[in-house]
Design a protein around this ligand. Structure first.
Ligand code: NDP
Length: 289
């Protein structure tokens, strides 16, 4: 039995895909969400974390490592030796290594296994999974990772999955800020964002931001909230810690971190990450359409 904890925007579809591979119990802080998941996807709703005590594999997809550690504090003492804990949260490398050491003391193996690909990728089961941890454990639970993703990359020892994900998302944020500034200038110069993107997407400046996020979410003015801005700000902050720990001076990512944190503060918790372009739009007085 798999126990899946955290049925948010990512966890809901990931748990549904896991349930196609093995019997899955789901627990969510807001219980009705778990009950609805059970009704829709044939999972079993656990009313209490203790109901996951007999699971051989526990999977978490929570906002940050703080929530994972909190849940582990209640659940880990109840789990059997040999349990594997797969953490799909985009988490904190250092804090996760500490958590992994606590779990190891109870005979529980932890893998940091954050994902990329958004809610569309979660639904389609096509996520990229970047995994840190012991190679033998990764091999044992590879079938679980393949139930949610199509590209499984074992990047290194504990914490390196989280570190890779943090750096990925810092690069995403940098691309968003650069595109917002550049396209605002072009708009002021008389080139619409749509036309500029048509040119750039056939050129060397193109990226996931220019090919997908800006055309689908910004130019359409829809900004659908599938990945909240505070979660991106958290990832960029974690990337800063990765650089600091490695002794790498990072003036560019440092500035991106400050800008993203300020945008999250200004725009509030309930906006999509792409809404950060609105900070540039407000400053320049132009809309990217
Ligand atoms: P959501 O905010 O949609 O969901 C968060 C989940 O965590 C909910 O199930 C929520 O329960 C639960 N939760 C929140 N606080 C607590 C708590 N204190 N104790 C227990 N459970 C709690 O987040 P996402 O699904 O978007 O993100 C989850 C992780 O995946 C994050 O680390 C994020 O950075 C990462 N990620 C997100 C992507 C995206 O496109 N959204 C893409 C790739 C990675 P409740 O229902 O009660 O609120």
């Amino acid at each position: 039995m798999i126990g899946f904890i955290g049925l948010g925007a990512m966890g809901r579809p990931m748990a549904a895909n896991l349930a196609s591979a093995a019997p899955t119990s789901v627990w969510n802080r807001t219980r009705e969400v778990a009950e609805q998941h059970a009704a829709e996807h044939g999972t079993r709703a656990a009313g209490d974390l203790a109901e996951l005590a007999d699971c051989e594999i526990v999977v978490t997809c929570l906002p940050t490592t703080d929530e994972v550690a909190h849940v582990a504090g209640s659940l880990a003492p109840l789990l059997g030796e040999g349990t594997v804990w797969i953490d799909h949260t985009s988490g904190d490398p250092a804090a996760s290594r500490e958590l992994a050491a606590d779990l190891a003391g109870r005979g529980i193996a932890y893998l940091d296994a954050p994902v990329s690909g958004g809610t569309d990728g979660a639904e389609a089961g096509t996520l990229t999974v970047m995994v840190g941890g012991d190679a033998a454990i990764v091999a044992d639970v590879r079938w679980c990772l393949e139930a949610v993703g199509e590209r499984i990359v074992h990047v290194g020892p504990l914490g390196t999955g989280h570190a890779t994900k943090a750096v990925n998302n810092a690069m995403l944020a940098a691309a968003l800020w650069a595109a917002a500034e550049g396209l605002s200038a072009l708009t002021s110069a008389g080139v619409s964002a749509s036309l500029a993107l048509e040119a750039i997407n056939g050129s060397s400046g193109r990226s996931f931001v220019t090919e997908r996020l800006l055309p689908e979410r910004v130019v359409t003015r829809t900004f659908p909230n599938t990945f909240a801005l505070p979660l991106l700000a958290k990832d960029v902050r974690l990337a800063g810690e990765v650089l600091t720990e490695a002794g790498v001076d990072g003036p560019v990512l440092g500035l991106i971190q400050q800008l993203t944190a300020a945008a999250a503060e200004q725009l509030g918790p309930d906006v999509d990450h792409t809404a950060l372009v609105q900070v540039v739009e407000r400053a320049t007085g132009v809309e990217l359409t």
